[in-house]
Ligand binder design. Sequence first.
Ligand code: 13P
Ligand code: SF4
Length: 299
Amino acid sequence: MIVDENRIKQMKEERDAIIIAHNYQLPEVQRIADFVGDSLELSKIAKDSKASVIVFAGVRFMAETAKILSPEKKILLPVKSAGCPMADQISAEDVRELRKAYPEAAFVAYVNTTAEVKAGVDICCTSSNAIKIVNSLNEKKIVFLPDKNLAYWVSLHSKKEIIPYDGFCYVHNRFGKEEVLKMREKYPDAEILVHPESPSDVIESADFILSTSGILKRAKESNKKTFIIGTEFGLIYRLEKENPDKEFYSLGSPKICFNMKKTTQKDIFDSLLYNRYEIILSEEIIKKAKKSIERMFEI
Ligand code: 13P
Ligand code: SF4
């Protein structure tokens, strides 16, 4: 639902707020955001921003990450139920059990996890730095959670023994190798850019495996004119906007993350007006989770 954009701007100034949005957000939300980016970029912006209020148009784990990095700021998630089903596939209790089973391993958590899970691991990573993070560790054995597909992508680029958790993203896991083969036949000159949350056979058959902002960067730099995009459909809005002379097609049928589409301009306006929904985490969880995220930033 669209709101007068000047009213949002005015409200933002009154509240000393910024709006940050993930690359999958609705076009109406991306339009009013101060920054649009991938998980790593947005967590850096949240950390470095001087604003007192950050409205996070994304899903809960992203807003929680912002809170962990900037506990003094008010972090608002405009739609309470906007979660990431993959992040809910593993609990802090599951991590404690795994620690007992693999005492010698380093534990790496994708940022798509709850704050409690981040608090129980050694280090976090995002889709854009996962390989670098894993290879930087001293341990030979790595428990990588929760995404088995991202774990597979990392294992192709590492000599470490990667023990994957059995999680996955229900959106990306729907891509299939048949779709890659079909699109290659239909668009033989196209470049196929895929997110590492996709299944292993899609990872093996695509041209580049990249985070959402990595896909944006590659599309801009490549001299190809046609691209097949293997990630959530929302990214195509930004790809088309930033590359009007190029063509973008979804890898097979468009795959939608419904939680990423829940936030509207009206939700953002109400979020600023009513201070909702504030991310609250205990001091202990913030302290422990911060260590895992800051260790990632150091690398
Ligand atoms: P990026 O960090 O690549 O933006 O990915 C986040 C995500 O949730 C992908 O589904
Ligand atoms: Fe989570 Fe997948 Fe949606 Fe990303 S696309 S937020 S991993 S459910």
